[in-house]
Ligand binder design. Structure first.
Ligand SMILES: Nc1nc2c(ncn2[C@@H]2O[C@H](COP(=O)(O)OP(=O)(O)OP(=O)(O)O)[C@@H](O)[C@H]2O)c(=O)[nH]1
Ligand SMILES: [Mg+2]
Length: 287
């Protein structure tokens, strides 16, 4: 039987690469569920974060950054399918001009899908990097292109502005059954998340385009002595020539990646972790 007390809200977080979408999701959920990096296009799959507080369940979808580049068309297709079924659209920008200019492609899509959302809001993030006097102008400019219902100013680094935003979100929740159990936090499986943690470190230590050209798989997790866990992962590379770069001089890079990923895994799994990473080349493409 449905519980009339229960409330629900589903919100989609979209915006250009690197504006802080995944950082927002992590901050809302209260723990890391989506990886974050200084580089654009870090998020490659939709991640769901769920907050259940009092009677309300708030569900947020983190999406890959909107990008015009052709190779990312598939990515924006992914978010369009998620968008079929949400209540609030959260459009996020940061201090960069690039993030604040709204692409025609996105505007057209929104025009055609206007009725799908009960509300659409603008979040200006990284206000720690924006002069206060410029905020009004940025808000005016963006709202001139898309008429958002609300605008919020936040800094996820300084943890400012979140209260007003959260209060607003909670008020939007409507009577409905919850979609997830009370303790559910994210749709990402343990294995996938461990792969994501390693990918985050690859983003941190390996430069250029390589992080976008590999796939990380957690092959298995095995209990070991003293309650520790052994995690086995394979990094699948598109090109053979990437191998020495990931390994680094005397294996320094892979050691760094492995050590940092292991520390994060320990926090996440709340257990000592032994991490084994092997590198494999996917297709023997000549390079
Ligand atoms: N100065 C500042 N940096 C921030 C803030 N919020 C996030 N960042 C940084 O911005 C960078 C990008 O953050 P992400 O959360 O990965 O951005 P994203 O929008 O998910 O990026 P993609 O997944 O690539 O689309 C990271 O280095 C964050 O630490 C903020 O309020 N202030
Ligand atoms: Mg992201």
């Amino acid at each position: 039987m449905s519980d009339p007390q229960k409330k629900l809200l589903k919100a989609l977080i979209v915006g250009k690469p690197n504006v802080g979408k995944s950082t927002l999701l992590n901050s809302l959920v209260g723990e890391k569920v989506s990886i974050v990096s200084r580089k654009a296009q870090t998020t490659q799959r939709n991640t769901t974060g769920v907050i259940t507080k009092d009677n309300s369940q708030l569900i947020f979808f983190d999406t890959p950054g909107l990008n015009k580049i052709e190779k990312n068309i598939r990515i924006s297709e992914t978010f369009k399918t998620v968008a079929e079924n949400v209540d609030v659209l959260i459009y996020m920008v940061d201090n960069t001009k690039k993030s604040q200019s709204i692409d025609d492609q996105f505007r057209n899509w929104l025009n055609n899908n206007e009725n799908k959302f009960r509300k659409k809001i603008l979040i200006i993030n990284k206000v720690d990097c924006i002069e206060k006097v410029n905020l009004f102008e940025i808000t005016q400019k963006i709202n001139g292109v898309i008429n958002f219902d609300e605008t919020f100013f936040i800094s996820l680094s300084k943890k400012s502005g979140m209260e007003r935003f959260l209060n607003w979100v909670e008020k939007q929740a409507y009577s409905n059954e919850w979609l997830f159990q009370q303790t559910y936090k994210s749709n990402i499986s343990k294995k996938n998340f461990l792969s994501e943690l390693t990918r985050e470190k690859v983003f941190e230590y390996i430069h250029e385009e390589i992080p976008y050209n590999l796939e990380i798989k957690t092959d298995y997790i095995e209990p070991s002595s003293n309650n520790s866990l052994k995690v086995y992962q394979t990094v699948w590379l598109n090109k053979k020539s990437y191998k020495p770069i990931i390994l680094g001089k005397e294996g320094k890079s892979i050691k760094m990646i492995s050590m940092q990923a292991r520390l994060d895994m320990q926090k996440f799994l709340k257990s000592k972790v032994h991490l084994f990473i092997r590198l494999k080349v996917k297709n023997q493409v000549k390079s």
